[in-house]
Design a binder for this molecule. Structure first.
Ligand SMILES: [Zn+2]
Length: 172
């Protein structure tokens, strides 16, 4: 199985499952949010079976647990190591052991390593995000603005419908 043989799910399937999972990881007992990215897991391990019912969205650590020998597993291991390194670099900066400018260079280097490993392992389509609409809706809900926006759109919609009806009536 090479990465090219994997079937990819559509954004609509991904969004449907994302909403079904309530924006959280589907891993056993895992409570991680998927808001800042996730990976698609083929539940029956058949990587060409891209039916929606075969899709589970997992955070990176949970997905890594499901993989055997896979370029993605190697990549995920590197990412986990880099993330630990990143955390300790940030802590060291807070303790004044590393200068802020050095931290910036370190973080840029970490991002570079991540994207290099990504390309080397042929994984360009593997990391997924919720669609912008879902992200936007979640932000509106979090800020308590959803109702306000919905009412505004409804009123705007009603106004345009009314304007259309008036135009139709004036024609007659
Ligand atoms: Zn998880």
């Amino acid at each position: 199985m090479t990465q090219k043989d994997r079937a990819f799910f559509t954004q609509t399937q991904i969004d449907e499952v994302y909403i079904g999972q309530g924006g959280g990881c589907a891993g056993d007992g895992c409570t991680n949010s998927l808001a800042s990215g996730f990976q698609a897991h083929h539940k029956n391990k058949k990587h060409q079976d891209n039916r929606t019912e075969n899709l589970a969205l997992l955070c990176v650590p949970c997905h890594t647990k499901t993989l055997t020998d896979d370029p993605l597993k190697n990549h995920n291991k590197l990412v986990e190591t880099l993330m630990k390194y990143r955390e300790s670099a940030i802590v060291a900066t807070l303790k004044n052991e590393i200068k802020g400018t050095d931290l910036e260079r370190l973080l840029a280097g970490i991002e570079q390593q991540k994207s290099d490993s990504w390309k080397l392992n042929g994984l360009s389509n593997m990391f997924l995000y919720p669609s912008a609409e879902i992200t936007m809706k979640n932000v509106l809900v979090k800020n308590g603005q959803l109702e306000e926006v919905a009412i505004k759109s409804f009123v705007a919609g009603m106004r345009s419908v009314r304007a259309e009806i008036t135009m139709e009536l004036e024609k007659k």
